[in-house]
Design a protein around this ligand. Structure first.
Ligand SMILES: [Zn+2]
Length: 312
C-alpha cells in the first residue's frame, strides 16, 4: 500500500495529464484544457463583431488525455491557430440595393437603417421623382468570408449610395431627353450637330449659290466639334467642290445627314459612328464666306428642311 503510494507520488512529480490534439489524424500539439480553445476561438470572433451567425468546424479536433513528462510544454497558440484554420464562420450582413442592383453591404441593421435615413434626407426628392427603390435585405455569407470584405463597405457609405442615385438620375434624364428628341422617318436624332446662330435657312436663294439652299447654315467658331446626330455608318468623307470637306452619314431607313465646309474630318467612309461622336470640326472650306456648318438631312436622297426636326 505504501509502495503503491510512493509510485503514484513519483508519477505526479515526473508526469502531468494534458490533452494531445488531433485534426484529421494529424497531431497538432498539447493543451492543458480542451474547453479553453473553443471558448477562445468563439470569444475572439465574437469580440471582433456582432455579425457572426454561426461557427462550424470543417474537421472537428479530437482530444486524447495523456500523462506526459512534466518537461513537455503545451502549444496553446499553435493549437488555437490550427483549429481556427479549420473553422467556417457564417456572417450575417445587410445588402443595400438600388433598383435591385447591389450597391454595398453593411454589417448591421442599425448601420443600414441609419444610412437609408440619411440618404432619404439628402436625396429624398430625386428618389421620389425617379422611382428609385432603395432596399435592405438580410443576407448570410455562403463561403468563408473575411470580415474585412464586409468592413470595406463601411468606408464612404454615404458617398457610394449618393453616387449610385446621381448616376441613376442622370441615366433617366438622358433617356427622357432622347425620348423627347425628334424622329426622321423612324430614326431617332439624339443631339444637335453644333450649337450656334442660324445664318441661312433651308430653301432660300442667294447670289453665292446656283440653286436654293439645300441645308441649314449654323455659324460657329472655326474648330467647334461637330457631333453626328444619330448612330450610323459614314458613307463619304472627302473634299467635294462647293461643299468643301464633307461628311455624309447613313442612319438607315433611307435617312442620311451631311456635314459640310469642315476644317478637319475625324472619320472615313465605312466607319460606324454613335450619336454624339465628334466626326469633324467647323470650318469654311468650299463655297463659304466664313466658318459655319452646312447641315443637311436627306430622306431617300431628297433634302428636307432640317428645321422640321432640329433648331425649331
Ligand atoms: Zn449652307
Amino acid at each position: 500500500m505504501i509502495a503503491l503510494g510512493i509510485i503514484f507520488a513519483i508519477i505526479f512529480i515526473k508526469f502531468k495529464p494534458i490533452y494531445q490534439v488531433n485534426i484529421a489524424g494529424k497531431d497538432i500539439g498539447y493543451i492543458e484544457n480542451k474547453d479553453n480553445v473553443i471558448e477562445k476561438i468563439e470569444e475572439n470572433l465574437e469580440n471582433n463583431n456582432e455579425t457572426i451567425e454561426s461557427i462550424t468546424f470543417t474537421i472537428k479536433p479530437e482530444y486524447e488525455l495523456k500523462l506526459v513528462n512534466r518537461t513537455i510544454d503545451t502549444d496553446e497558440e499553435k493549437v488555437f491557430e490550427e483549429i481556427a484554420k479549420n473553422t467556417i464562420v457564417t456572417y450575417k450582413y445587410y445588402e443595400i440595393a438600388l433598383n435591385e442592383s447591389v450597391i454595398l453591404n453593411v454589417a448591421t441593421i442599425e448601420e443600414a437603417e441609419q444610412l437609408i435615413n440619411e440618404i432619404k434626407e439628402q436625396k429624398g426628392k430625386e428618389i421620389g421623382e425617379n422611382n428609385i427603390n432603395l432596399t435592405v435585405s438580410e443576407k448570410y455569407t455562403e463561403e468563408t468570408v473575411e470580415i474585412s470584405q464586409i468592413e470595406v463597405a463601411r468606408t464612404n457609405l454615404n458617398d457610394r449610395v449618393v453616387t449610385a442615385i446621381n448616376d441613376e438620375v442622370a441615366r433617366k434624364a438622358e433617356e427622357e431627353r432622347i425620348r423627347n428628341m425628334p424622329d426622321v422617318n423612324g430614326i431617332k436624332l439624339a443631339n444637335l450637330p453644333v450649337t450656334g446662330t442660324i445664318t441661312s435657312r433651308y430653301g432660300v436663294s442667294s447670289r453665292i449659290r446656283s440653286s436654293d439652299h439645300t441645308g441649314l447654315d449654323i455659324a460657329a467658331k472655326k474648330g467647334t466639334p461637330i457631333k453626328v446626330v444619330s448612330d450610323g455608318v459614314v458613307t463619304f468623307a472627302k473634299y467635294n467642290g462647293s461643299y468643301g470637306y464633307l461628311v455624309k452619314v447613313d442612319h438607315g431607313n433611307g435617312v442620311e445627314t451631311w456635314y459640310a465646309h469642315t476644317s478637319k474630318m475625324y472619320v472615313s467612309a465605312g466607319e460606324t459612328v454613335k450619336a454624339g461622336d465628334v466626326i469633324a470640326l467647323v470650318g469654311s472650306t468650299g463655297n463659304s464666306t466664313g466658318p459655319h456648318l452646312h447641315f443637311e438631312i436627306r430622306i431617300n436622297g431628297e433634302h428636307v428642311n432640317p428645321q422640321k426636326y432640329l433648331y425649331k
